[in-house]
Design a protein around this ligand. Sequence first.
Ligand code: SAM
Length: 335
Amino acid sequence: MEHAPLIDPFARPIDYLRVSVTDRCDFRCTYCMAEHMQFLPKKELLTLEELDRLCSAFISLGVKKLRITGGEPLVRRDIMTFFRSIARHLDSGALRELTLTTNGSQLARFADELADLGMKRINVSLDTLVPEKFAEITRWGRLDQVLKGLEAAKRAGLKVKINTVALKGFNEDELFPLIDWCAAEGHDLTFIEVMPMGEMGEELRLDQYWPLSDVRKAMAERFTLTELDETTGGPARYVRLEETGQKIGFITPLTHNFCESCNRVRVTCTGELFMCLGQEDNADLRAPLRASADDAPLIEAIRAAIARKPKGHDFDYSRQKVKGQMSRHMSHTGG
Ligand code: SAM
């Protein structure tokens, strides 16, 4: 059924939804998770059918871009059933883009099917190209598995963006190797500033903080950087490296540059809708989903929540407070 599109109180159309389909992951990246995690009981998670209803409701309300994330989305059991089903909205033209943020570990298995069902681009998180360092930072991951996944993605025709968390003393020396490798492979590259979470202990945290302003400075020693105006509606800023023509993104999660054009909301794997990354306010969509097979209460709950979407982040928040919020977000919504 067609509904009036979602427009927030500041006249911003909401057409980008990011959905976490699981809190589980097959990696334990040190900056993200503790090694021994307590995951949510299954009944708390939205079922695949509930996720489909929820995403379909948003699409009927004008969402055009849907990003699936986690945890690691591709380790959720039967997740391809969800993807196959939700792809009907690509076929109908209601959804413009279906995409994925993944650690790449399962891509060798799923890349072909994802491409077949209409996915065009994916984000793959990769912080190092050195096998031992990869094992160290992900605790449970193996680089060769991810590289095989990336090859499969490329063969399947998926455009890849590599997301690299900038970590001082860890991948500082790989700045140029990563840029060169992405150029050779035809992947885009975005650096993410590390946020204080996971279980690294305070000292290591401080040691690993590598501000993206410093990453840029280091880049400028070898390349001529041209600032690009474009945004993808997301939090990234871009520069072009004139010597290679590569476009490099920078995401500084704690600096909020694009509130005025914010078109996005996110839903956790338990059905909490967050209207703004930097604020606590959220709406429970699981209750209306479970209360009725009819979507009317769900759509009403979504509209009521969007009517509360704030203008932007509260810049008076202490960094400490923002930190706490970010951790909650990241652990359940996948960044
Ligand atoms: N498992 C998927 C993946 O690896 O891309 C999706 C979820 S993961 C939480 C999403 C992104 O958040 C990854 O690129 C990851 O590196 C990033 N991330 C996790 N913890 C972070 C932190 N403390 N600071 C900055 N980025 C972080």
